[in-house]
Design a binder for this molecule. Structure first.
Ligand SMILES: [Mg+2]
Length: 408
């Protein structure tokens, strides 16, 4: 069995999804996702210029060796661009493997550990009342877990993940007017004074059953993060996400000494070597990598297994930062993983998205139900893809009020 062709598509409804289709001499094909938000052309070029020319003629069943070939074969290893490209190849090879076996991928991992996988939605409001309305809408739809982000009184701009006052849009944060980013202004003191009470107000309104998550988006110093974690303890958060910049892994020690709030981190990591210390020292409770830029199913599964040894559960980064192809790959891992925690889930089921990526995966009652079709259980409509092309865009950059650059 040989790979005869591999094609790359960039574009999608409201996103620059990077989709890889690997074709074999037996007519079976596989799909992969190399989407890297606001840098989408780079994994596409890495695939086109370096990986695809090597793939032609390879045996697609040898997914482990092909992963090692592309990872170890490069002297300069890792990084989100290369790992997203390798990840797309790996997903597509697993898709082919499942189709050859006639089995959904979760069966190749060891079978289902659960029927539906818990997901969380993104609730957001420019002020507390708007946030409450947003949470209420998700609860009414059956969601059992929501991430809550809220505008801060007196903050010059909205803050991370907060809906724009005019458009109400808080999830699709890419600005497609060009690659020069807008500037947001951040004030840590205002955030730390206001947010604990806002989170507690959500808890009081919606009661003890709702799982409440909150994303700090790397904005705090280690001491600030420890202090903030202590102050939100009465809320009973499901998790506190990215309290400190991800590069400074020792930062979490101080937080751990002062708080029992569960910590989730890792959506920007692209290899096991960026999170093995956090996992082995048990400084986190949830690992947030994504199959996309953490090297595909082969590598993400190694991270999940290491995490399982240390009672760290999964909380994969979610769409639409990745395409429905990655969501499908994660759905299979979520169905299998004995240490599954939760899956980030942003609205994907739009008619345009479903037309481009048809599948029988479905969201119901706050749970994601994986398709039983062989492989990833998702398809890609190339004719539909002709409607889309790459649109340059950027997410905002963040400065303090005095102009100092801060963490986005
Ligand atoms: Mg996040």
């Amino acid at each position: 069995m040989k790979i005869t062709d591999a094609r790359i598509f960039v574009g999608g409804p409201g996103k620059n999804y990077v989709t890889l289709k690997i074709v074999t001499d037996q007519g079976i094909y596989g799909l992969g996702d190399a989407t890297l938000n606001n840098r989408e052309t780079l994994p596409a070029a890495y695939l086109r210029d370096y990986l695809v020319p090597n793939l032609i003629g390879m045996d697609p069943r040898r997914s482990e060796d092909i992963w090692q070939f592309f990872y170890r074969g490069a002297y300069f290893r890792g990084g989100p661009i290369a790992m997203a490209a390798i990840g797309a190849v790996d997903m597509a090879l697993w898709d082919i493997k499942g189709k050859l076996a006639g089995l959904p991928l979760y069966d190749l991992f060891g079978g289902k550990s659960r029927d539906g996988a818990l997901v969380y939605a993104h609730a957001t409001g420019a002020d507390l009342q708007a946030l409450m309305d947003s949470v209420a809408r998700y609860v009414a739809q059956g969601y059992k877990a929501v991430r809550v982000q809220c505008g801060i009184p007196g903050m010059p701009t909205a803050g991370y993940g907060v809906a724009d006052k005019e458009t109400g849009d808080g999830d699709f944060i890419t600005d497609f007017s060009g690659i020069r980013p807008k500037v947001e202004i951040w004030d840590t003191d205002r955030y730390m004074r206001y947010m604990p009470d806002a989170l507690m107000a959500v808890r009081e309104r919606f009661g003890p059953e709702l799982k409440i998550l909150h994303d700090v988006h790397h904005r705090l110093t280690p001491r600030e993060a420890a202090s903030f974690a202590k102050s939100v303890e009465p809320v009973g958060l499901y998790w506190l996400e990215d309290p400190t910049p991800a590069e400074d892994q020792g930062a979490l020690r101080l937080l751990r000494q002062h708080s029992t709030v569960p910590v989730a981190i890792g959506e920007v990591f692209n290899s096991i070597w960026q999170c093995n210390r956090l996992i082995e020292e048990e400084l986190i409770d949830f690992i947030r990598v994504a199959v996309t830029y953490a090297g595909g199913i082969t590598h993400a599964k190694r991270i999940v297994d290491l995490a399982g040894l240390h009672n760290v559960r999964t909380g994969f980064h979610g769409a639409p930062s990745h395409s429905p192809v990655s969501m499908a790959a994660q759905a299979h891992l979520n169905a299998w993983a004995p240490n599954f925690g939760i899956q980030e889930y942003l609205v994907l089921g739009t008619p345009a998205c479903d037309a481009l990526f048809p599948s029988a995966h479905r969201m119901e009652g706050g749970l994601f139900h994986v398709s039983d079709a062989p492989g990833l259980g998702i398809d890609f409509d190339e004719r539909e893809a002709e409607r889309y092309s790459y649109s340059p865009g950027s997410h905002p950059v963040v400065r303090l009020e005095d102009g100092t650059m801060w963490n986005y």
